[in-house]
Design a protein. Structure first.
Lengths: 524, 606
């Protein structure tokens, strides 16, 4: 383990670390463009030059290995001058169209420019004209003038997505990033190039001119798009939402988790947030006898549901009740469902897995065929009964009252069984085929609107946090279930998800490890 | 949509032969593109797809290569293609005038095809390596010069009619003055030396023979003691370089002979390869045996078609006669030598740019460490030596280290080839002991300044070297002395400028070259070379500002020691020296918006 000195502070680092990483451990940020921890080292932007004692020239800290006894300065005059001049070189052919650039506010060219100190441009020549605002794929727009040729995007396409769409063509200051002939940047991970582009050369089509980044708030979350459970941040904006047609979530960004998704996420997940602000069930619904669904209020719906459950229980026992929970729900919610329905009411059969749901696209990188974030959690909680059998029992009248969470049962077979079922309660977020045949509808909250944990396919327990208030009249599932439980006379007093988590997992959210925890076989 | 492309059956066979030269398919990229280019005159998207498929590489990699190098056309060109050299030595001898003439004569601009489709032409900013013929141009495979408008007309006519162009052979200056000692230039001008038999009769391959009887370690020591220093530019001690190669990795060790010769003003390696190809092969055998190498590649710049043909013939003959192959010179030593043609990129002379290019990629230099001696070609330990360096080896083996070391001044052994060009009476290649004075080279061997004008400036080691003035003429031409004089010996290209040369224009010419040749990988060089060229153009055209001069000096600082490879440093060393040594000329340009040299000039630049 080499021990070195950076700006006078000592640090011991893993053998093989570079100086830039060593500095990071001391919270010293060395400006960089081409370096990205998830990609091979290019060493070409020359922003990360540092001075090392006994070395005649400045060295790039992203490439030079930390060695025992090294004395490094990241802020010497020589270093500052070099950094300043690299920035100047990069701005030579840069259009400086910050006022119309979506990257503005999170641009490393802007940021370092502010840090290093502004100066008047002494560049009197004509800037090289290049192609601007070129859609290069379904999600990405390229602006060649803003590009600083750090090659992060090409390395991503070669090394990570291995789809090889982008290259650096020509040479000298005529070099440009562009697509290979007849290609489009259309791979399952294309959105990541937007994140890693340090400037506004690659921007998101979906986000284009939607919102200035400084109006965005962020919250840490977990993608609910598949059972990988990529760590993400939700970028949202509530104050200006009317401008965006009521869209609160503006974009999703991956968040580093070395064990799960590293720095990346897939496009499905990234752009799969529309359901949060679209086609939502905004208020409780009740079906008039033999009629249509009608907007109701919480009091009335919960009254009808609890009465129904209570009467069924009294007349037919727990066998009269069927519960189909959802692998979209959090562990806490599933735990509560188990507690109320299995432990308090005695319902034997609680299932989660939709038997008609086909395995989706899967690859050997991130994307999993199981498009639910918490199938493993449901399994671990023992909610494994055969959903088809439950539906059959509902159709044959054995089960009188069926409580379905979130599922969209659209297959004709399921629809037919549901049509024959006695009384169907739906609790979930969006209008779907199950809602259409339900008698009572309880609008729940999306994962962006609540706290909780998911267990990914590997058995890693990961926390997500509430970014938004539940839309309109919808409520968090824990609140709905707790109210219902109290109406049924069960002593359920949870105030929030964390209380359940503590009871279930034995620790607070704070105490949960940063990158989640593996279940390691323990069942609770 | 371009029409589909298929290799002819003959070319399919050649493609298979190409593949057999490399340990992986990707490395066949440049030769395969050359082959396709030869077949249909230019590379279409359909060719790119075929090549990607054949070599099992992503299409994007083929496209990167195609757009990086300058010798691949992407649209049809004329039946004959002309390349007029616009680099420094040709410019000093009036290439501007020839350019105007060519344009008027052909009636189309650079890069275009004549109406009848017979010619296309381009004015190229890079040096074609024939500065002794300046001003010169390449017509298809052949070099022609010195050009005059009349000569251009003759050449065009003969070419159009398919006649052989009778060129007076370049004046054989090497023989005009008695040179004190000739170790590697003695066969220049004698085409018999290209024949193996003749070469052997003159004692050829005896150095290699001797080496094969020695212990490899002994050879390395001998070369070290001979004080042979790399003649490609950096002057690194050759024996020491070899000793860095790890022998215990279990990996193949490679040799690459650097024959990319593209430093403006340099044309000595071309002489060596065209006149004495077996000398290079002999040097390669010695180095290979000394370092435990069984595969060598000669990376020759794409423009050197004649040299490549001569070398290829020599290699084939050497294989036939048992000089190369399974049993080199009948000894228990196996060695394969392959010729690999570049495709138009100065940066492929930089050793790691060369390796990338040889591996079938664009020539982006690599980060160091690791150094090629440890991780080089195909990830294996690799020796890279210049053609001239390797050609020096046979005599060292034959005559011994002390003898060789004794020829030159301290810290250097032997002689080197000086490529003399520019405003000088007898341009050419001169072999002289290291340590000879600049004055002797220019005045005694080169016959002095053309038209007996006043000497104003000299570049002593290729365009990357800082310029010297008349005051420096007594500097001795060796690595250390030139370094002390603030310049460098570099590639040994000596370019003379007379009193009528505008230093702003000269500097602009050189920076046009660097801006054109920067690989574009790293920030200071990609942006710096282009920016400096723009500033110099502005000053030359009368739009300079007083701040420009200090800005140039600061840009030179910012471009030095901050880049991946030494191209940036070389460019900076060069333009910094012009501004520093001829500051008043720059100031005059800026202040008066015109050139005082042009004004004072009595005669036009010949
Ligand atoms: C930009 C650049 C261009 C170069 N071009 C050449 C070249 O054309 N031929 C050459 O032999 N060396 C060239 N060199 C030097 C090589 O990098 C390397 O030092 C040399 O080939 C080593 O051989 P030597 O030790 O025998 O001189 C160049 C270096 C740089 C930085
Ligand atoms: S587009 Fe962005 S990521 Fe790609 S090279 Fe340019 S600046 Fe870097
Ligand atoms: S791989 Fe799965 S969890 Fe990750 S971003 Fe995609 S859908 Fe979301
Ligand atoms: S210094 Fe210039 S030629 Fe060398 S790697 Fe950088 S950009 Fe390329
Ligand atoms: S971050 Fe180190 S050179 Fe770019």
């Amino acid at each position: 383990m080499p021990s070195l000195e950076i700006n006078g502070q000592s640090i011991e680092v893993e053998t093989g670390s570079n100086v830039l990483q060593a500095a990071e451990q001391l919270d010293i940020h060395v400006p960089r463009y081409c370096y990205h921890p998830g990609l091979s080292v290019a060493g070409s932007c020359r922003m990360c030059l540092v001075e090392i004692e006994k070395m005649p020239k400045l060295a790039i800290s992203c490439h030079i290995q930390a060695q025992d006894g090294m004395k490094v300065s990241t802020e010497s005059e020589k270093v500052k001058q070099a950094r300043k001049s690299m920035l100047e070189f990069l701005l030579v052919n840069h259009p400086l169209d910050c006022p119309v650039c979506d990257q503005s506010g999170e641009c490393d060219l802007q940021n370092y420019y502010m840090e290093v100190g502004q100066y008047d441009s002494r560049f009197l020549e004509n800037k090289i004209k290049r192609r601007k605002a070129v859609p290069i794929g379904p999600h990405v727009i390229l602006d060649q003038e803003r590009c600083i040729l750090c090659t992060r995007c090409t390395r991503f396409c070669n090394e990570i997505s291995q789809s090889n769409e982008l290259g650096v063509f020509n040479r000298g200051n005529r070099s440009v990033i562009d697509l290979a002939p007849a290609k489009t940047l259309d791979n399952p991970y294309s959105g990541n190039v937007i994140d890693i582009c340090p400037v506004g050369a690659l921007t998101e089509r979906e986000f284009r001119f939607q919102c200035r980044v400084w109006y965005l708030s962020t919250q840490e979350s977990i993608c609910n798009g598949c059972s990988r459970g990529c760590n993400i941040s939700i970028h949202y904006n509530t104050s200006l939402s009317y401008k965006a047609g009521g869209k609160r979530v503006q974009r999703l960004k991956p968040r580093l988790n070395p064990h799960v998704n590293r720095w990346w996420m897939c496009d499905e997940g990234r752009f799969g947030y529309e359901f949060i602000d679209h086609n939502r069930i905004e208020s409780p619904q009740l079906r008039a006898v033999q009629g249509k669904l009608q907007t109701s209020d919480w009091e009335q719906v919960l009254q009808e549901v609890s009465t129904g459950l209570k009467t069924t229980l009294e007349n037919f026992g727990p066998e009269g009740i069927g519960v189909i929970a959802s692998p979209q729900l959090s562990n806490e919610e599933l735990y509560l469902i188990r507690k109320i329905f299995a432990e308090s009411m005695g319902v034997q059969e609680i299932g989660t897995r939709n038997p008609w749901e086909k395995e989706g696209f899967e690859d050997d990188f991130l994307i999993r065929g199981d498009k639910n974030p918490n199938s493993r959690g449901a399994e671990e909680l023992g909610l494994n009964s055969d959903v088809k059998a439950i539906l059959e029992k509902a159709a044959s009248g054995k089960i009188k009252i069926l409580y379905i969470f979130q599922h969209n049962f659209e297959s004709p077979e399921a629809q037919e069984m549901l049509g024959q079922a006695g009384y169907v309660i739906f609790q979930g977020t969006n209008w779907n085929k199950t809602v259409e045949v339900s008698n009572a509808v309880l609008p729940g909250a999306t994962y962006a609107e609540k706290d909780g944990t998911f267990t990914n396919f590997e058995g890693r327990l990961q926390r997500f946090q509430q970014a938004l208030l539940p839309l309109s009249e919808s409520k968090s599932d824990i609140e709905i279930l707790s109210t219902l439980a109290r109406k049924l006379g069960y002593p359920v007093t949870y105030l929030d998800a964390e209380e359940i988590f503590r009871e279930w997992w034995g620790r607070t959210y704070q105490e949960l490890e940063e990158f989640g925890e593996l279940l390691n076989g323990q069942k609770r | 949509m371009s029409s589909p492309f298929v290799f002819t059956s003959e070319n399919q066979e050649r493609f298979q032969q190409i593949l057999a030269r490399y340990p992986n398919k990707r490395a066949a990229m440049l030769p395969t593109l050359h082959l396709a280019h030869e077949q249909q005159g230019h590379i279409t998207p359909a060719v790119e797809e075929v090549v990607a498929e054949l070599l099992e590489v992503p299409l994007v990699d083929v496209h990167e290569v195609l757009t990086f190098y300058t010798l691949y056309f992407r649209q049809p060109m004329g039946r004959h293609h002309l390349r007029l050299c616009m680099s420094i030595s040709c410019w000093l001898r009036g290439s501007d005038r020839i350019q105007v003439h060519l344009k008027n004569k052909l009636g189309v601009k650079s890069g275009a095809i004549t109406q009848d489709g017979s010619f296309s032409w381009e004015a190229v900013p890079d040096c074609l390596g024939a500065c002794d013929m300046a001003p010169m141009m390449q017509v298809d495979e052949d070099y022609h010069g010195p050009l005059t408008p009349e000569r251009v007309d003759q050449i065009l006519e003969a070419t159009a009619q398919g006649q052989e162009i009778t060129t007076a052979p370049p004046p054989d200056n090497t023989k005009t003055e008695a040179l004190p000692i000739q170790l590697i230039s003695e066969h220049f001008g004698n085409s018999q030396a290209r024949e193996l038999e003749w070469y052997r009769k003159q004692g050829g391959y005896e150095g290699a023979q001797k080496a094969l009887e020695m212990q490899p370690k002994e050879i390395v020591d001998r070369v070290t003691h001979a004080n042979l220093r790399g003649l490609g530019g950096a002057g690194f001690p050759t024996g020491r370089k070899w000793s860095f190669v790890p022998q215990d990795t279990g990996k193949t060790i490679y040799l690459t002979a650097n024959a990319d010769e593209s430093e403006p003003g340099t044309f000595k390696d071309r002489y060596l390869m065209e006149w004495d190809p077996h000398l290079l092969l002999e040097g390669i055998i010695i180095c290979a045996y000394a370092v435990g190498i069984h595969t060598a590649y000669i990376y020759i710049r794409g423009e050197y078609l004649r040299a490549a043909q001569i070398l290829q013939k020599a290699i084939e003959e050497a294989y036939r006669e048992g000089v190369l192959g399974e049993r080199v010179l009948g000894k228990d030593f196996q060695l394969d030598v392959h010729l690999h043609r570049g495709a138009g990129a100065y940066i492929c002379g930089e050793e790691t740019g060369l390796l990338e290019s040889l591996e079938g990629k664009k020539g982006w230099p690599r980060l160091k460490p690791p150094f090629p001696a440890v991780v080089g070609l195909f990830g294996c330990p690799t020796v890279i030596n210049n053609v001239e360096t390797l050609s020096q080896l046979p005599k060292i083996l034959l005559k011994g280290a002390e003898w060789f070391a004794g020829i030159a001044c301290s810290h250097h052994g032997g002689t080197r080839l000086f490529a003399l060009s520019g405003c000088v009476k007898r341009p050419g290649v001169y072999e002289l002991p290291l340590g000879t004075s600049l004055r002797e080279l220019i005045y005694e061997h080169g016959g002095g300044v053309l038209g007996d004008k006043q000497l104003k400036a000299v570049i002593p080691g290729g365009a990357s070297a800082a310029i010297l003035t008349e005051k420096d003429l007594d500097v001795s031409l060796d690595f250390d002395s030139l370094m002390k004089a603030g310049s460098m010996l570099g590639s040994g290209a000596v370019i003379v400028m007379d009193e009528d040369v505008c230093m702003v224009r000269a500097c602009q010419n050189i920076m046009r070259f660097f801006a054109h040749e920067s690989c574009g990988q790293c920030t200071p060089c990609r942006e710096g070379t282009g920016w400096v060229y723009q500033i110099l153009t502005r000053i030359a055209e009368g739009a300079g500002t007083p701040e420009d001069i200090d800005n140039l000096a600061e840009l030179a600082d910012n471009m030095s020691g901050t880049s991946i490879c030494a191209l940036s440093d070389g460019a900076a060393m060069s333009f910094r020296s012009y501004v520093k040594k001829f500051r008043s000329e720059f100031e005059y340009h800026i202040l008066h918006k015109r050139c005082d040299v042009e004004e004072k000039k009595t005669t036009v630049n010949a």
